[in-house]
Design a protein around this ligand. Sequence first.
Ligand code: NAD
Length: 379
Amino acid sequence: MVTIAVTPEEAGETRVALSPETARKLAALGATVKVTSGAGSRSRFADSAYQAAGATIAASPAETVAGADILLKVRRPDIEEVKGLKPGGMAVAMIDPFDNRPGLEALAGSGASIFSMEFMPRISRAQSMDVLSSQANLAGYKAVVDAAAMFEQAMPMMMTAAGTVPAAKVFVMGVGVAGLQAIATARRLGSIVSATDVRPATKEQVASLGAKFIAVEDEEFKQAQTAAGYAKPMSEAYQKKQAELIASHIKGQDVVITTALIPGRPAPKLVSKAMIETMKPGAVIVDLAAERGGNTDLTQPGQVVEHNGVRISGKLNLAGEVPVNASSLYAKNLLTFLELMIDKKEKVLKVNWDDEIIKGTLVAKDGKIVHPNLVSQGA
Ligand code: NAD
């Protein structure tokens, strides 16, 4: 019998690692599911809904984890919770693996196996476990909805007897998972959408969503995508040409959504202070890269700032502002991941430590940090 524990997140995190739907599916796999009372409340999942799905409600986090095999979290778990697990237990979360190294070492020292969902390999078998995609998609949607709410004009064109309201011009920078959803959402609101990226594969995707593609399409652009599907850092010469193109385009835009990221690096600075100063008062920028320093010179992570009438939102965790969907999709990602580890016939844990998905996400085991991206940082 496998026991799975789910405890509440820290204040400010609205999401939870289990939905009533995944509780039911885990119970059907033969697992005992224990949830701390109130853990799902910020995602509107009541204790009674978990109970109806076959889960047990525990009064405290300590009681929830006591003797469990697996702890499921959204954010990096608390060391005390991990210590409450069975010897050799497991914790699965978005642990933000490059942050707070001493904290990570302490977690590893507990002896539990720690998995980082952010390290999920981007292979087709793992698509349904890809938390970065499930959360970025919602963040891209919410960024546009936020921008529309901040913008003091209408987004679609309206032809009325009293005159015509022009359609808003929306520019999306970075066309990964979040950017594609931002384009689609802005189009649904009736705005005129353009988008840029350094990966050539995005050109067709942008066009297929009915938006205009804007980019410096030189030889370097043709090579900008890594084998893993991510962007490479661009040369200084490319960045200069890119900045000139963006400077001329951005001054006519009403809304700019920035999402550009390069794995393991600070977000590239794409929108300078001087560019922002050419924008119209009332224009809005929503910077989804704020968590990694931001794509604009003026982004303040966690805040909305105003400069010459242009507002720049650096709000963090936009997926957490649609917690019902964000938790449901995240919980589903975790369920698919756990299905890899639970033997359906014998209803016991059977982990294939050589599986690419397990190896790719395993951060710590038997008291040590084991992930290749983290071991070189030294203990
Ligand atoms: P990301 O969050 O790392 O980056 C967002 C976007 O910013 C990317 O499109 C990137 O090219 C772009 N960018 C980086 N530097 C830039 C610059 N200087 N100027 C303009 N744009 C810049 O990306 P992501 O959302 O994680 O997606 C990356 C790729 O991975 C996509 O092709 C996506 O479809 C693919 N993907 C594959 C799987 C899978 O197979 N399991 C899952 C998810 C995503």
